[in-house]
Design a protein. Structure first.
Length: 231
């Protein structure tokens, strides 16, 4: 109920602010309007997150599955982040994404966008200066002739704190000064509702992953497996 009540005033704020944009030529006023719209979108995302948590906990999360070009969906999220549509972009973070093969998954396109967006925004948030590398591939499932798609997102940020790691995908768990700590919980709920898996690890020791500029990366790596079959 609280989430729905939050949504009611947000939509006219965004709609009327967009109308005002067409009537403003002063650059200072335009910047003020951008602040209003950016923060209204933050409230909109928060209300959406609260509703998603309620659906996940009540096992009421509904999926509308269809074939999706996984790589194209990831490119869309990267483009939205870089252009500041999805969140406040960090110009000091570079994205590297060069898929080697076309991958089609059978999933809810909006929910997969949401998961990729949550993970990439997290990577950007904890990487002050550095890179975020995204890899996709089709892997053979152990002791099985079937394949699974896997998405790997590696950043060169601060990594996951030891006290956070055991409860990383729980509600309200975050080491950031901003955010609610709901994004990873929601992402886990979405992927598991699809029948997939999601997990994370720090890039420590000899197993550090090489990023797009050819250097070994610190930071953290997140993995998830969207389904490639209808079942």
């Amino acid at each position: 109920m609280a989430a729905h009540e939050l949504r009611t005033p947000i939509q006219p704020i965004l709609g009327l602010a967009d109308v005002l944009r067409d009537h403003i030529s002063d650059s200072h006023q335009s910047k003020l309007l951008d602040i209003i719209m950016r923060n209204a979108r933050r409230l909109q995302r928060l209300s959406g997150d609260i509703l998603d948590v309620s659906k996940i906990e009540s096992s009421l999360l509904k999926l509308s599955k269809s074939p999706i070009d996984l790589n194209e969906k990831i490119r869309t999220v990267i483009n939205d982040i870089q252009n500041g549509y999805d969140t406040e972009s960090n110009k000091n973070v570079k994205f590297f994404f060069q898929p080697k093969e076309s991958i089609t998954v059978y999933a809810d396109r909006d929910r997969i966008y949401q998961v990729v967006s949550n993970l990439l925004n997290n990577a950007v948030k904890f990487t002050k200066n550095g890179t975020v590398t995204i890899n996709t591939s089709l892997n053979h499932i152990t002791n099985n002739h079937n394949k699974e798609a896997i998405v790997i997102i590696t950043d060169t940020g601060s990594g996951i704190a030891p006290e956070i790691m055991p409860k990383l995908f729980s509600k309200f768990v975050t080491s950031s000064q901003t955010g609610t700590g709901l994004g990873l919980f929601i992402s886990k709920g979405i992927i598991e509702a699809h029948g997939g898996r999601i997990w994370a690890e720090n890039n420590d020791g000899a197993d550090r992953i090489v990023n797009g500029d050819g250097n070994a990366s610190k930071g953290a790596t997140f993995f998830f497996t969207p389904p490639i079959d209808k079942d």
